[in-house]
Design a protein around this ligand. Structure first.
Ligand code: C5P
Length: 233
């Protein structure tokens, strides 16, 4: 096989969490480390793709040979993804916050001082855009292959199969993030290993528990294969 089967292809990868501001010093976030998404970006680059990695705030180093766009919020992530199009491949591995604060305060929210208790602030949330569903929507700029992730705690494959249709993507990489999941080792967030199922239009493949780098390499190889032979999809 070719050493660089993705040469001439552009891959867009999202990774990491998003941070949604409450005020200038506080935000809503999640435990995503960006490890899996960054590993996928690196693996696609190793197969010769030009890779744009749109990453939320992470402590990881930029993968070698990848062009990294750093963002904070889900809205910024969507804008950066759209600016990176056209792409042949989109892999949405980011743990995008589902909601943002409707009206973040421009000054730090203050605890009321004084003898009488004052009620805590109430945050009104609004839904964030769904980046995966937006990229997967039919249209001239839709990448040929759109891959999403599904972190589930129960009925992992069933929920992910429904999610594949709902989001309009081609493949879903489903992982069990329950305490019992990930081969009994628990939470995949921040961990080194991942146990995933690859859900395509033709069914579900169970992959063994592997390092996130190995999951990424296997996924990148699958992507290269499908793009070389689109009739298989
Ligand atoms: O709906 P749920 O968050 O479970 O879907 C997970 C998949 O959707 C992941 O691929 C994630 O990157 C993507 N997603 C997104 N934008 C959102 C929410 C999820 O791209 N606002």
């Amino acid at each position: 096989e070719q050493a660089a089967p993705l040469c001439g292809r552009h891959a867009l990868v999202t990774s990491g969490p998003t941070h949604e501001p409450i005020d200038p010093v506080r935000y809503i976030a999640n435990h995503s480390s960006g490890r899996q998404g960054h590993a996928i970006a690196a693996a696609l680059a190793r197969l010769g793709a030009r890779v744009t990695l749109v990453s939320g705030p992470v402590t990881l180093a930029d993968p070698e040979g990848v062009s990294v766009v750093r963002v904070t919020t889900a809205r910024e992530m969507l804008a950066a993804c759209q600016a990176a199009l056209p792409a042949d491949i989109a892999v949405c591995a980011a743990a995008v916050a589902d909601w943002s604060v409707a009206a973040p305060a421009s000054q730090k929210l203050k605890k009321a001082e004084g003898p009488t208790p004052v009620p805590a602030p109430v945050l009104t949330l609004e839904p964030n855009p769904d980046i995966l569903a937006t990229l997967a929507a039919p249209g001239p700029r839709r990448p040929s292959l759109v891959v999403g992730f599904a972190a589930e705690t129960e009925a992992v494959v069933d929920h992910a199969t429904v999610k594949r249709r709902r989001k309009g993507c081609d493949w879903i990489v489903a992982n069990d993030v329950s305490a019992q999941g990930n081969g009994g080792r628990g939470d995949t967030f921040g961990g080194r290993q991942n146990t995933v199922h690859l859900i395509t239009s033709s069914g579900c493949e169970d992959w063994p528990t592997m390092d996130k780098e190995a999951v990424a390499a296997r996924l990148a190889t699958r992507i290269a294969r499908i793009l070389a032979d689109p009739f298989v999809r």
